[in-house]
Design a protein around this ligand. Sequence first.
Ligand SMILES: [Fe+2]
Length: 248
Amino acid sequence: MTPKNITKRRFLKMTSGVFLGTLVSPAFSLGNFRPLEIENVLIGQFDLPPLPYSYGALEPYIDEETMRIHHTKHHAGYTKKLNTALESLTTFQDLSIEEILGKVTSDEKEEKLRQNGGGYFNHSLFWKIMSPQGGGQPDGLVSDKINEAFGSYENFISEFKAAAGSVFGSGWAWLCKNEEGKLFITTTANQDSPLMIHIVDEPGTPIMGIDVWEHAYYLNYQNKRADYIDSFFQIINWGQVSENLMKA
Ligand SMILES: [Fe+2]
């Protein structure tokens, strides 16, 4: 936890509901903020990160309404429930989200933390690896690592699309780096993350991933998940993937 957050948590404990009540009061000018987002900001350790572009910026590949609902309802919901789950799990408090995911187990008591911590992290990564200026092919180290692991960019795309298409029900497909520094493709169910070393079969550090929950594409693509996956590669932000690889 950063000093900023410590200050915030202590401040919130001291002021409890009085301050929140003042902020959500109709007499208080909320501007463009929504109460749900304000609630996230005010209560707990984690804040809902803003999108790095406007809700309509990824059109025509991902429509504005889908992005707005996905961010303000789904991601906001995971953030809020993550904060709630942490209230009763003291050994997880004050850790980074990466540390939380690396520690969480399949124990029933940690179920909400697993679901919502994963949802919080996965979406935070997902927004950043898309961009209105995205698309094209990777270069530099990402390109080298992809060629090393899959033989060619074309092979990688083919394998990644097949993996994303094969997820049964809700989940994610990922490009990850393993402990030896090699890239690999994996999938996770629901909101599990490759960072969950006590839960997933193939742990690794995700550097890129696609949300294949229906909430990510159904308004525009209905049952055509393959078309949505094709569109994702028109807006993929390889620069951010490269940054993720450097940090992994
Ligand atoms: Fe999602």
